[in-house]
Ligand binder design. Structure first.
Ligand SMILES: CC(C)(COP(=O)(O)OP(=O)(O)OC[C@H]1O[C@@H](n2cnc3c(N)ncnc32)[C@H](O)[C@@H]1OP(=O)(O)O)[C@@H](O)C(=O)NCCC(=O)NCCS
Length: 261
């Protein structure tokens, strides 16, 4: 038997194993509820398995599907932002018009924001970000709309620097939904997207010095404090530092391993 023949045989075997594992997974997914209405544990309802291809063939690996699942996390759904939809234009304007959130999320001049500013932000998130989604609470009954509670996006590198494979997170939650763990959940979700789907190597996030709670939160989620730009920001009549934080793909993978232990 030639080496060429045995390689083909190996390939056929791997493909057969893969097809079988895929069929098993598809069959278990068919028995998984697709609607997440009213469920706080939507992701936990999913089968705890995913296909993993390696040089030794195809296997199922526990927990991996949680990291590669659909556009939702335990309590939240992430949907595309629609620049032409009036509902989304109003939502983005509402978010921009919450002064405290705007000041915390933005280093732009703090002033009343127009509906045009909301539309511009929507257009940026929908069309120019690497990913930009509306964070929603699932509808409580079938046919009802999900409730938008925030926005999260990863910016996109200019074409001449995409090889560096980093991106920065931007996010805001509507004030009424802050402080309930939704921000943490959405950040975890976008990190998973960044490293497993978009193939990024590094994710960055910045916080203004007058928002120490955000810095604490990001460090708790595993971001490392990497830089402090002294007195970069003028706000409320005084100078504030800007804090830069980052997470590498390997940091993230180590956290996943710790969490699944
Ligand atoms: C910052 C933000 C995304 C955090 O999401 P969240 O769902 O409110 O936060 P969680 O409930 O997951 O975590 C709570 C932690 O976030 C911190 N935090 C930061 N800003 C907060 C805010 N405006 N309201 C409540 N908690 C806030 C809290 O201090 C808390 O940490 P602590 O327990 O150590 O004090 C959200 O509060 C928000 O959108 N704020 C306004 C805009 C903003 O600051 N964007 C971030 C730009 S870097």
């Amino acid at each position: 038997m030639s080496m060429r023949m045995s390689l083909i045989e190996v390939q056929v075997q791997v493909e057969a194993d893969f097809a079988k594992a895929l069929a098993d997974l598809t069959s278990s997914l068919e028995h998984t509820p697709t609607a997440v209405q009213g469920s706080n544990d939507a992701v936990n309802d999913l089968p705890d398995m995913a296909l993993v291809c390696s040089s030794s063939g195809v296997s199922k690996q526990r927990n991996a599907l949680k990291l590669t699942g659909p556009f939702r996390s335990a309590r939240l759904i992430y949907r595309a932002a629609e620049p032409e939809e009036l509902e989304d234009q109003k939502f983005f304007t509402k978010v921009q018009q919450e002064p405290l959130s705007y000041q915390n999320a933005n280093v732009r001049l703090s002033k009343p924001q127009s509906s045009k500013s909301g539309k511009d932000y929507l257009k940026f998130v929908a069309e120019e970000a690497l990913i930009g989604v509306i964070i929603c609470l699932p509808a409580s009954e079938e046919g009802a709309s999900h409730t938008p509670i925030g926005i999260i996006h990863l910016d996109k590198l200019a074409p001449h620097i995409t090889h560096h494979r980093f991106a920065e997170i931007g996010l805001e939650l509507v004030t009424a939904y802050q402080g309930q763990g939704y921000g943490s959940e959405a950040i975890r979700w976008v990190l998973q997207f960044a490293f497993l789907t978009a193939g990024l190597h590094r994710v960055e996030i910045r916080a203004v010095g007058y928002n120490p709670g955000a810095v604490r939160l990001y460090e708790r989620l595993g971001f490392k404090r990497e830089g402090l730009i002294r007195e970069r920001l003028w706000f409320g009549g005084k100078w504030w530092d800007e804090v830069q934080l980052g997470m590498l793909e390997n940091d993230w993978r180590a956290l996943q391993e710790q969490e699944t232990k």
